[in-house]
Structures are given as C-alpha cells and as structure tokens.
Design a protein around this ligand. Structure first.
Ligand code: DX5
Length: 222
C-alpha cells in the first residue's frame, strides 16, 4: 500500500490536495501530527484533518508525533482518522494507550524511532494492526533514508511470524521513501510505504509517482 504524507502539500488548499491524492491512486493518507515537543515541529490539529475529511474517501491515519497521545485520541478519531499511530517513546503506558485506542473504535499502531528496538512492540501485538518502522528521525520531510533500518524491518517481520500475526499486522515505513529506496524497505518486509517528498517532486505528477512507487515495492516485496 502506498500512502502520502501531506507534509509537502499546499496547506492553503488541503481539500483539493487530498482529492488529488485520491485521484492519483493512494491507498490511504497519513497526517503527520507534530506537537513541537516530541519533535521540533508543529503541524495539524484535529480540525484541519476534519476539514479535509469530506474532500476524499480514502482512509486517514494520524501519525501522532506527540507526547501524551491519549489526551487527544478521541479528537483525531472524531476528525475522521481510522488508525492512530503512537510513538513507543512517547507513551509511558503503551499497552494502556493502544487498548484505549481500540476501545474508542480505531485501529492502533506503534511507531519506532530509529534507535528504538523492535522488541518495544513485542507485548502489544494483540492490540495493534501495524508497526511503523521510522526510516528517518521524525520531525521533517525531505530527510535521507536510513538504510540500516532494513534490518529492523526484517526483525519486526520475524517477530510477527513467530507470534503468528504476520497476516494481521502491517509493517509501515516512513521517511526518505522514494524510487531508489522503496525496494529495500519492501524487500525487508514493509507493505505500507509512506512517501512525501518523492510524490510531490515527481516531474510526471502524483499519479505517475504513486504507480511507480507501487510497482517498485510490489516487485521487491517477498
Ligand atoms: C517525519 C515525517 C516524514 C514524512 C515523509 O517526521 O513523518 O517522514 O512523513 O517525509 P519524506 O517522504 O519527504 O521523507
């Protein structure tokens, strides 16, 4: 699955931008929510996402790069996000946070920063439908892909297989994903690929970028 990060989009017309992303064939849309504390950047609140929701029909997920994601989880779900991604590093009680998201009716996912081991999700696999292996240090788009994360992607894949959850839990990657990096991430086991800059800088446009990335990922995914 190919999902854009809307960080590079034109924020003055997000409704049109998400409609264009849907028309370009994306499978879902990821909103990079940043609180200026967990990461040195500040982006979308739930009202912005809610305003964009009515302009397209693909699923929304919120990548909550925030401390205390429990405080606003309901707001992001009410805004139209069907999955909330929380950072293991930001959650004192990760098991409780994932369980709360499930009780609120959304899918829960856990993101791992580059230095965080795969084992951080070992005891919440029954509560999540996706693990996000960050392939950059979060906070900004346009950063360089960290290839050493491919061994962590493969480790997460092995963990899911050992737990009998490989068919139920997606592996997502985010950061520096583009034509020259997507095959390595997919070959390691990622089946949901987030791209921001690579989509918007394709000279042939969004639709070409989405189909090209999907083809490259499908060719590499085993
Ligand atoms: C990092 C952000 C970025 C963004 C994608 O906090 O999460 O990874 O989604 O950025 P690109 O695709 O431009 O690296």
């Amino acid at each position: 699955m190919i999902s854009p990060s809307v960080l590079p989009a034109d924020f003055s017309k997000l409704g049109e931008e998400v409609a264009a992303l849907e028309a370009a064939g994306v499978d879902l849309i990821q909103w990079d929510v940043m609180d200026g504390q967990f990461v040195p950047n500040l982006t979308f609140g739930p009202d912005v996402i809610k305003a964009a929701r009515r302009h397209c029909s693909v699923p929304f997920e919120a990548h909550l790069m925030v401390y205390t994601p429990d405080v606003m989880a309901q707001d992001y779900i009410n805004a139209g996000c069907s999955r909330l991604i929380v950072h293991a590093e930001a959650c004192t009680h990760l098991h409780r946070t994932c369980g709360n998201i499930n009780e609120l009716g959304a899918a829960a996912a856990v993101a791992l920063n580059p230095a965080t081991p795969a084992s951080a999700v070992e005891h919440v696999l029954d509560l999540i439908d996706m693990v996000l292996v960050m392939t950059v240090n979060p906070g900004f788009g346009g950063q360089a892909y960290i290839p050493t994360m491919e061994s962590k992607i493969a480790e997460v894949q092995r963990m899911l297989e050992a737990a009998g959850r490989a068919d139920d839990i997606h592996i997502e990657v985010d950061g520096g994903i583009g034509p020259s990096t997507i095959a390595g991430a997919a070959a390691a086991g990622a089946n949901v690929l987030i791209a921001g800059s690579a989509l918007y800088r394709d000279p042939e446009g969004l639709e070409h970028a989405v189909s090209d990335l999907r083809a490259r990922a499908e060719a590499a995914y085993v």
